[in-house]
Ligand binder design. Sequence first.
Ligand code: BG6
Length: 487
Amino acid sequence: MFGVTGDLSRKKLLPAIYDLANRGLLPPGFGLVGFARRDWRAEHFAEVVQQAVRENARTPFRDDVWQQLLEGIRFVPGDLDSDEAFENLAATLRELDEAQGTGGNHAFYLSVPPKAFDITLDQLSRHGLAGKTPEGPDGAWSRVVIEKPFGHDLASAQELQRKVSAAFDPQSVFRIDHYLGKETVQNMLAFRFANQLFEPIWNRSYIDHVQITMAEDIGIGGRAGYYDGIGAARDVIQNHLLQLLALTAMEEPTSFSADQLRAEKLKVLQATRPAADLARGTARGQYQAAWAGGELVKGYLEEDGIPSDSRTETYAAIRVDIDNRRWAGVPFYLRTAKRMPRRVTEVALILKPAPHLPFTNSDVTGLGSNALVMRIQPDEGVMLRLGAKVPATQMEIRDVTMDFAYGTSFAESSPEAYERLILDVLLGDPPLFPQHEEVEAAWRILDPVLDYWQSLAEPPEGYPAGSWGTRSGREMLARDGRSWRRP
Ligand code: BG6
């Protein structure tokens, strides 16, 4: 694992590895090699791993599991451009292969900043660690795991792809979009394709529009170096939200094999385009200091490490349309932001209103449109909004909700996305990893929006931390006669 001292690794990756071990899902021969620019020895690294596990693992800490994991833990200190460090890495892997019986199978996890991808891939190739074929002559595999962002626009994504494919066979490349590892995201497939109920309405005849929201209550925390210059659209719309769109809008794949699934996602992404009038079909903003969640929080421009004239957006909303028979004329509104009132991710399909209401002398002011909401997190589940008569009144009809909650229907808790994804890398199971073509299609949708924002003279509009975003974001929907849901 490269970048093993980073935030992601401490909070998600190392705990996920432990959780997999705890669930008995890692082979006994599993080994973990950390690579970082730290003057550490293996014991020191093991302590860091243990601390990350104790603080962030989902399952309880068990000494026997830890002891077994510990046997396979190694550390290689050094810089990414140091040949000596990579020789040392190669030797460490050989030693570990012997000691643990790994069969020579290696997965290289690049949890490093994008600017370090190049050198890491290069070094892996130069030191004979990359895999130009899915398996070597001895049957051993060598895989690479890449964390987003996959480039910062179409051209840089293509450039990155050239570099990755110069070092690794396409089948050996696993691009992580951790949303695809979430149980509730996978449930979207079950929900859509295991039921008879929804398919008849899943189209332009019944759906008025779709809202995909990923709201976070946190700010950028200590991630100024990563976030500034990237912004909300590149950080999550390009990947997580467009993947959610693809799963919502795609046709039924003939099977859930990687090829079939990716083919359907790609088709729908290729049919997706941003609004022709970007001034009306996009909105961006930056959070400003305000009281939120009981504390006074800083504005984006006052965060440590953020230049006071930064134009990076922390709120992004875009309208996209899908040019195909199923969705023509049905806008998909995507929004995401830091420092919103709460953390919630959902996909909401808002239905058209009933064509006629035969209720005279009745009160229907509390009746909205039916909505079907797939709640990704928290309170994972599915919710249906419908109209119902208020008891004991003449005829007053109001919206009510019908809820399916994961937490009450199933006893077992959901694994973390990274548990599933890391396991799938080791098993060589690719359906949950986006392919390069999908990444390109997503940039083709987003690039015009980013170019447009870049061309604007005025900075992003401010919104108070702890609010639901900018006025321009609300107006974007209001112009279309719609409004954002309060999830
Ligand atoms: C990451 C983004 O991909 O997703 C972060 O880089 C964001 O900015 C995070 O906070 C949110 O993930 P989750 O799983 O908590 O919704």
